[in-house]
Design a protein around this ligand. Sequence first.
Ligand code: TYM
Length: 337
Amino acid sequence: MRVVSGIQPTGNLHLGNYLGAIRNWARMQDDMAGDGQCLFFLADLHAISMPHVPAELHAATLEMAGALVACGIDPDRSILFNQAQVPAHAELQWLLNGTARLGWLNRMTQFKDKSGKNREGASAALYTYPVLQAADVLLYQATHVPVGEDQKQHLELARDIAQKFNNDFGAGEEIFTLPDPITPPEAARIMSLRDGTAKMSKSDPSDMSRINLTDDADEIMKKVKKAKTDPEPLPSEKAGLEGRPEALNLVTIYAAVAGSAVDDVLAEFGGQGFGSFKPALGELLVETLGPISARFRELKDDREELGAILARGAAKAREIASPTLAEAYRALGLVRG
Ligand code: TYM
């Protein structure tokens, strides 16, 4: 079993990232108990696909590494690194560009969302971004990739690329393992606190739309209190949340954080209004996120230590990547001397 996943080091780590992906990373690492390997990385190469400030990228990468450690990623048990220190990611992307089809990339909804109306002005990197993501996991023969629902389409593309590459160039052998996405059933898609139909996102201009892992107790309580809702009381069963996306989102968050099902939360709060549900949700979030943000504050300024963690992780990642990259070159008939 080899678990591989990544996160872009731009903006704040928010509740959607945590519940949709990072909490699962930590759980998979803890469950592994020496029987397999976890590789987690900061997708700094992906970050240049959108306008960014070069002077801030390195600091943001170190800070996000600190946030992951605060969430329970243990650099002694998992391999934690940033893509830019492992050139094999960019190399394999180029090799896979020969296999990925334009028709496949044209279907990617994230490109459509991120390029918006100005598609002609989007970077080529934004367009080929999913091929780099395929390289990220195929390079390590990943078997499981824990992600939120928004990344599932990219993972399907990675499988298509792997399958076609194996068929076209494998001469009967499986050069790349087909990875399985792992999404948490109750938190695959956490929505904005301001709009229950839009996902919680780092790029939302309103900070009130998300809970950041760095928010203090007052900010969390304020954001939950101001979260958009409707005037109806909570129903006692999930079916009653249909057509009420904001209510569904808050109950889903409660269930995900408490480790229970939406129906259990409704069994407890059904019939009550948001005036009593919101403070309960806020307190649960403060209790859960408080220790993580405290640990993050301790770690985030130790740039030397975080840099050393990433350097150690990158050295291990380069070693694991090397045979698969060599095999991909060889399969394509490319001679490296
Ligand atoms: P990124 O940085 O946008 O998000 C990191 C992880 O958080 C999940 N996530 C969410 N889950 C539930 N609800 C939400 N509102 C929410 N918002 C974000 C994402 O699904 C993701 O798992 N392209 C990727 C990074 C990446 C990657 C990879 C992931 C690069 N290479 C290889 C897996 C494998 C991204 O931008 O995620």
